[in-house]
Design a protein around this ligand. Structure first.
Ligand code: LIP
Length: 257
């Protein structure tokens, strides 16, 4: 499956790349939630190829109606994670594909075609960036940690979510090296996996934002949980907290408001 999957995703990357350097017509799904014809084109291509080659899986995808699809043997697709970056020409944007067998993580692929960075992990076999093994870093001091986060689209109209983000930043920012908001959850998770960030947390993420990245991070030695420190459920949990493992508990303490 690995070879075929990567071949298809790399081909889809050409569509994303072409769009990145072209003029884009933007449609708004919500006040802050964008979509372009390239999101749809990448998704349609991936769905066509996956359904041809991986018949035993159903497909859950960001721009599709998933209401009739039961999560089980599933491929979870974000055709362009970091759409706002894509639209504005910020090169942190990726195709994210998470493969699950019987609801269990199996393979994760995150591909940034602008930087030509392909992250791959298969459960039990480690995580890789362009074929080279990657690992989380070993920083144990929260104060020396570079932490990524994100701001939910809901912050445009939901005061509670906005306040929640600000209150947690007030606690974390003085206690770490600095904060980053890179704008692509899948790449944020991969940046923890390769040791660039010590941690990454965000609220209101969707399964397609994280389905691949959590597999890659876990295989690189990292930890992913919800706010209580329990196993993260991508369909149910409001918050995702991820880290190199070493600073996880300290981060959870700070995030507890
Ligand atoms: C986005 C994320 C981003 C996050 C947004 C959104 P999209 O995905 O990757 O980091 O802050 O809430 O989920 O919409 O570009 O695929």
């Amino acid at each position: 499956m690995k070879k075929k999957l990567i071949k298809i995703i790399k081909k889809a990357g050409k569509i994303l790349r072409k769009g990145f350097y072209s003029k884009k017509n933007v449609t708004f799904k919500a006040k802050k939630d964008l979509v372009t014809k390239y999101d749809v084109a990448v998704e349609n291509y991936l769905k066509k190829e996956f359904s041809k080659h991986f018949k035993e899986f159903n497909l859950i995808a960001e721009e599709s109606d998933n209401s009739q699809i039961v999560f089980g043997n599933s491929i979870i697709i974000d055709p362009i994670d970091g759409t706002t970056n894509f639209v504005n020409g910020v090169p942190h944007t990726a195709i994210s594909v998470g493969v699950y067998k019987d609801k269990k993580p199996y393979i994760g692929v995150v591909y940034n075609p602008i930087l030509d960075e392909l992250y791959f992990a298969k459960v039990g076999c480690g995580a890789f960036l362009n074929g080279e093994r990657i690992f989380v870093n070993s920083e144990k001091d929260l104060q020396k940690s570079l932490i990524a986060t994100g701001f939910p689209y809901s912050s445009g109209e939901n005061q509670e979510d906005l306040k929640d983000v600000v209150r947690r930043i007030e606690r974390i920012l003085p206690s770490c090296q600095d904060l980053r908001r890179l704008g692509s959850a899948s790449i944020d998770l991969c940046f923890v996996a390769r040791g660039v960030f010590e941690a990454y947390y965000e609220m209101n993420l969707k399964p397609w934002d994280v389905a691949a990245g959590i597999i890659i991070l876990s295989e690189a030695g990292g930890k992913v949980s919800n706010l209580s420190g329990n196993e993260f459920n991508m369909f149910e949990d409001k918050y995702l907290v991820s880290s190199n493992g070493f600073i996880h508990n300290k981060l959870l303490e700070k995030l507890d408001i």
